[in-house]
Design a protein around this ligand. Structure first.
Ligand SMILES: N[C@@H](CCC[C@H](N)C(=O)O)C(=O)O
Length: 287
C-alpha cells in the first residue's frame, strides 16, 4: 500500500473539510486528487480541502508571511481553487491551536483573498474577521430554478455570491445542479448562490449552492454576503449610521452570528470542530 500524507477531518456548521498538513509546501495537490479525497463514497468525503502550508513556503502568498505564519490553501470538492472559505478559516484556526501550531488567542491566517484575523479560544466557538463586503452590481441579476426566478444581489466576500430572497427555501429545489444566474458576465469565474428567508428581526435562514462543491450545509462567506444583503434591504448600513448591525444566520448545519461594523468590517462567530485523524493511502496514491 502506498502511504500518503496525514489528514484530519473537521467541520464548521457541517461545512466539512479534509485538512492536510503540509508545512513545507512539499505536496503537489492535483485537482483530481482533491476530487477523489472529497468523494463521499470512494474517498474520505468533504466539501473541500484545507492544505496547511507555512505562508513563507507558498509563493502565491509569501508576501504575507510577516503577518501570518500559516496559509489556508483552500480547494473546492471538484478540485477547483477558491479565494476564501469562511467556515474553513475557523476550522483551520481550530486545527492550528489544537495541534500546538498556534497559541489560543487572536492571530492572522493568509488566504488568497488576503489576511483574515481569527480569535480561537482553547475551546469553543471561533470568530473570524471576514473583511469587507463589496456590492459591485450590476442591477438586474436573476437566479432561476426551474420556472421560478428571483432578483439577486451580487456580494463579493473575496469570492463571488448571488443572494436571492425567496418565500420558501424549498423553492430552491434539490440544488443538485447549479441554479442559473444571469447575466453570466456578472460572474466571470462562477458564483456561489444563496437562497434566503426571514426568520425574525435580523434573523434569516439560507440554503446555498457552492461553486465547485454543490449544495453544502453551510457557507461562511455566503452567510456574510446574506447578512450584508439583508441589512441593505432593511436600509441598515453601519458606515452611514455609525452603529454596528448584527444578524443571526441559520444554515442547514447550524447557526452563525455576523456583525458588520461602522468601518465596513465583518466578524463571524461559529463552531469549528476537528473530529478525526488518519493517513491517506490508495485514494491519494492514484496521482
Ligand atoms: N464554504 C465556504 C466557501 C468555499 C468556496 C466557494 N465554494 C467558492 O468557490 O467560492 C465558506 O464557508 O465560505
Amino acid at each position: 500500500m502506498v502511504k500518503g500524507p496525514r489528514f484530519l477531518k473537521g467541520h464548521g456548521t457541517e461545512n466539512d473539510f479534509v485538512i492536510i498538513p503540509d508545512p513545507d509546501g512539499a505536496l503537489e495537490l492535483t485537482p483530481a486528487q482533491v476530487a477523489r479525497i472529497c468523494d463521499r463514497r470512494a474517498g474520505i468525503g468533504a466539501d473541500g480541502v484545507l492544505r496547511v502550508v507555512r505562508t513563507a513556503a507558498a509563493p502565491e502568498v509569501a508576501a504575507l508571511s510577516a503577518e501570518a505564519e500559516w496559509f489556508m490553501d483552500y480547494r473546492n470538492a471538484d478540485g477547483s481553487v477558491a479565494e476564501m472559505c469562511g467556515n474553513g478559516v475557523r476550522v483551520f484556526g481550530r486545527y492550528l491551536v489544537d495541534s500546538g501550531l498556534a497559541t489560543p488567542g487572536t492571530f492572522h491566517i493568509a488566504t488568497r483573498a488576503g489576511l483574515r484575523g481569527v480569535t480561537v479560544p482553547a475551546q469553543g466557538d471561533v470568530t473570524v474577521g471576514m473583511g469587507r463586503a463589496a456590492l459591485p452590481g450590476p442591477d438586474g441579476i436573476e437566479v432561476a430554478v426551474g420556472s421560478r426566478r428571483w432578483p439577486a444581489v451580487n456580494v463579493n466576500m473575496g469570492n463571488p455570491h448571488a443572494v436571492a430572497f425567496v418565500e420558501d427555501l424549498a423553492h430552491a429545489g434539490d440544488l443538485f445542479t447549479a441554479p442559473a444566474v444571469t447575466p453570466a458576465s456578472a460572474y466571470p469565474t462562477g458564483v456561489n448562490v444563496e437562497f434566503v428567508v426571514d426568520r425574525g428581526p435580523r434573523h434569516v435562514a439560507l440554503r446555498v449552492h457552492e461553486r465547485g462543491s454543490g449544495e453544502t450545509r453551510s457557507c461562511g462567506t455566503g452567510a456574510c454576503a446574506v447578512m450584508v444583503a439583508a441589512a441593505r434591504r432593511e436600509g441598515a448600513d453601519p458606515a452611514v449610521t455609525g452603529t454596528a448591525v448584527t444578524y443571526t444566520v441559520d444554515v442547514p448545519g447550524g447557526r452563525l452570528v455576523i456583525t458588520e461594523h461602522p468601518d465596513g468590517s465583518l466578524d463571524m462567530t461559529g463552531p469549528a470542530v476537528i473530529l478525526a485523524e488518519g493517513e491517506l493511502d490508495a485514494v491519494w496514491a492514484e496521482g
